[in-house]
Design a protein around this ligand. Structure first.
Ligand SMILES: Cc1ncc(COP(=O)(O)O)c(C=O)c1O
Length: 366
């Protein structure tokens, strides 16, 4: 039986029912476990390598992404684990020029120092010939500009050149997009955002059906140690149960807000891939299962963004995105190369009418 998203999210990674036991077993707080004095190491020996709460979360995410999964202490820990375990001196990696800026900074610092070259490509293309590229990392929709790329087409071109293809699936989540089904070899993501959605956990993961890549990343994690703790794994797993509901409201809120923003002459550069007028619409509609709740726009100046955020009651000034609370971030304050008035708005799960009214009033006041 194939279940739909709401059912899959609620049941993801749950063990078979056991009378007298909870639906989702409580977190196991242990570093070492008792070993069999005769047999030695077993399924649970030491938490950096084996952890039952972590395995349950990995089963949940793995079911949603469609491949064996390794979770990490943050999205960056997951992405850097993939890069460092698959790239060698002399290799070249292709990165999005408009994706999460810390990945580019890592490539231009640590990877360059290790002899790994990087090239950057805008998510919307055009894509270069990938001859000589070892790994292509895509991020679609890209954070924060929300351009998208055709995963299937880029993966085919990259594979023809012998490159491995990874997709950062942070913004859509596996209920919004399935890169592995579209031809990617690996999914990397921050689970800190919409996947867990309550702004209380840092998490990352790598999911891949490629046994060799999985083994490399697993060994990397075991030997470098960036594992999430038991409580964070449990919180994340508990939160995934509501993913379908949260995404549905976030998407509905984003649709209403993007439409409202488009009509305002005092707001420019509105981007939301679900708007028919958006340059990303055609590809997003064809390859995504739903459009995420993140909208970007420009208010012109840092001052105007500050006035907007001060006037809004339902929009918290905060970085990150994908949570149940609506938040907005003036990205230039973090040093990424957006314009001073550029805002990334992350729609929460508040009531749509309340949110639209609050935003309108705050924009009027700003
Ligand atoms: C697209 C994307 N990938 C990766 C990351 C890194 O995730 P984390 O902050 O969990 O390390 C972020 C963080 O904002 C992100 O937006």
């Amino acid at each position: 039986m194939t279940y739909s998203d709401g059912t899959r999210a609620v049941h993801a990674g749950l063990p078979e029912p056991v009378v007298g036991e909870p639906f989702l077993p409580s977190p196991v707080f242990a570093a070492p476990y008792h070993l069999d004095p005769v047999e030695g190491p077993g399924q649970n020996d030491y938490a950096r390598t084996q952890h039952p709460t972590r395995r349950q979360l990995e089963a949940a995410i793995g079911q949603l992404e469609g491949a064996p999964t390794l979770v990490f202490a943050s999205g960056q820990a997951a992405i850097t684990a993939l890069l460092l375990s698959t790239l060698r001196a002399g290799d070249t990696v292709a990165l999005p020029s408009d994706g999460y800026f810390t990945v580019r900074a890592f490539a231009q610092g640590t990877l360059r120092d290790l002899g790994v070259a990087s090239i950057t490509v805008p998510t919307a293309g055009p894509y270069p010939d990938f001859a000589g590229v070892r790994l292509v990392l895509l991020e679609t929709p890209a954070n924060p500009g929300l351009d998208v790329c055709d995963i299937e087409a880029v993966a085919a071109a990259a594979h023809a050149a012998g490159a491995l293809v990874a997709v950062d699936n942070t913004t859509p989540t596996p209920l919004g997009q399935n890169p592995l089904a579209l031809g990617a070899d690996v999914v990397v993501a921050s689970g800190t955002k919409a996947l867990t959605g309550h702004s209380d956990v840092l998490l990352g993961y790598v999911a891949t059906p490629d046994d060799a890549v999985f083994a490399k990343v697993e060994t990397w994690r075991k030997q470098t140690g960036a594992v999430p703790g038991a409580f964070d794994c449990w919180l994340a797993h508990r939160s995934i149960a509501t993913l379908d509901l949260r995404l549905a409201r976030q998407t509905a809120n984003a649709a209403a807000i993007a439409t409202m923003l488009l009509e305002r002459p005092d707001v420019t550069g509105v981007r939301w891939p679900g708007l028919e007028s958006d340059p990303a619409y055609a590809v997003a509609k064809a390859q995504m299962r739903r459009i995420p709740g993140v909208v970007s726009f420009d208010l012109g100046t840092a001052d105007r963004v500050a006035r907007f955020l001060t006037a809004a009651s339902l929009v918290f000034a905060a970085t990150s995105f994908g949570g149940v609370h609506t938040t907005a971030d003036r990205r230039a304050q973090w040093g990424d190369d957006t314009s001073p008035g550029f805002v990334r708005l992350s729609c929460g799960i508040e009531d749509t009418a309340d949110l639209v009214a609050d935003l309108k009033a705050a924009l009027d006041e700003a």
